[in-house]
Design a binder for this molecule. Structure first.
Ligand code: NAD
Ligand code: GLY
Length: 362
């Protein structure tokens, strides 16, 4: 069955498709053009494997396929798990013509992508995202990597996939909490530069939570088109790509402060966007009414609009090692309105302290 939507990520020297549709996982034609040799290693996790691994293996019946099933969870996006991938590739004698396929959410996608970036100095890989978050964000754009105990996504590489194959049918089995976590990144795109999409989300958030396939396909396509444009303009995050990190500096502090996997990434980003909005409001950049709309939409998406009980000191400590710190100066993504995100170092540190004091109830 043909993809409902097909987009392209256009980069200097490389371009690749994003296919968005139903039942793509079982369609061998979806994969055939993107496999470089006869060998494939599918990497997935213990939750996804019983649901979708056999379907994908059947679709790849003409190839020599190995699989590796990783433990499930953000806390396993680390060097130990990465090493399991290298072990499996070497034990099965995969050479440079192999293709890795990441079948799963952002954790599987990020770690598989980094394995592909580094195994024998780089092999091809395909992203088959199975969470909403991965379909709208992490599978597109080539950021790959793992976490370090001292910092989220601190070890990694830019390595673009050969294709992104987003099968919306897989979202049928996604738990509600994970669907909501994906909606945080969806809402992020409206906040960054697409006020009309934000307004559309306000009207369609219930349809999305009820998994209306037409609404989901539209939202995924909007997000991917938006991300593809941002990545095409700034692949290695020299400037504007940093806008995609709205809410993430606060959010990463939540993820590390609580311990990886306690709050979902999307939940931490949601609370982080509320904190970024609070700071923007304190600076006089964001109208009160916009702040109210942001909180209302996140709440309607089933997301937290307050951070967990972490002290301002913990926030400051973890925010200080964010990748957006340049020359010792913290850069934050802030809002000058809905759909008007900006990269800023231009805020008094007192205003940030006030946001932390106001948002952190400890
Ligand atoms: P995840 O990969 O942990 O998946 C969430 C959970 O859903 C897991 O338990 C998984 O096993 C399960 N699951 C996946 N697909 C399923 C399905 N179809 N049915 C039932 N269960 C399913 O989390 P995520 O939210 O997809 O990704 C979060 C990660 O993505 C974080 O590590 C974050 O840093 C990263 N990320 C990366 C980028 C990037 O640009 N590379 C962007 C955003 C987020
Ligand atoms: N999610 C951030 C980025 O891809 O740049």
């Amino acid at each position: 069955m043909p993809a409902i939507h097909q987009l392209r990520v256009e980069l200097p020297g490389h371009h690749y498709p994003i296919q968005i549709g139903t039942d793509l996982l079982t369609d061998s034609a979806s994969f055939a053009s993107y496999l470089s040799g006869s060998r494939v290693m599918i990497i997935t996790d213990t939750t996804i494997a019983p649901l979708y691994l056999n379907l994908l293996i059947q679709a790849l019946a003409d190839y020599q396929v190995n699989e590796l099933i990783l433990p499930d969870g953000e806390q396993y996006k680390n060097l130990t798990t990465l090493n399991q991938i290298y072990d499996a590739l070497l034990q099965q004698r995969h050479d440079r013509q192999t293709t890795l396929i990441a079948l799963g959410g952002g954790v599987v996608g990020d770690i598989t992508g980094f394995a592909a970036a580094s195994y024998q100095r780089g092999v091809h890989f395909i992203q088959v995202p199975t969470t909403l978050l991965a379909q709208v964000d992490s599978s597109v754009g080539g950021k790959t990597g793992i976490n370090h105990a001292l910092g989220k996504n601190m070890i990694g590489a830019f390595h673009q996939p050969q294709a992104v194959i987003a099968d919306i049918s897989t979202l049928d089995t996604l738990p509600d909490r994970e669907l909501s976590a994906g909606l945080a990144e969806v809402i992020k795109y409206g906040l960054i530069n697409d006020p009309d999409f934000f307004t559309w989300l306000e009207s369609n958030i219930s349809a999305l939570r009820q998994r209306d396939p037409v609404a989901l396909a539209y939202a995924i396509q909007c997000c991917c088109a938006n991300k593809a444009a941002i990545v095409a303009a700034d692949e290695k995050e020299a400037a504007t790509r940093a806008l995609l990190n709205l809410g993430h500096t606060f959010g990463h502090a939540i993820e590390i402060g609580l311990g990886y996997g306690t709050w979902l990434h999307g939940e931490a980003v949601a609370a982080g966007m509320v904190m970024a909005a609070d700071l923007s409001h304190r600076l006089g950049w964001l109208a009160d009414s916009d702040q109210v709309r942001i909180r209302a939409l996140l709440a309607a998406a089933g997301l937290p609009i307050k951070p967990p009980a972490l002290s301002p000191t913990i926030f400051r400590q973890h925010m200080a090692v964010d990748k957006k710190v340049l020359n010792g100066r913290l850069r934050l993504i802030l809002l000058r309105g809905i759909g008007q995100a900006v990269i800023s170092t231009d805020f008094p540190i007192q205003a940030l302290d006030d946001t932390l004091q106001a948002c952190c109830p400890t």
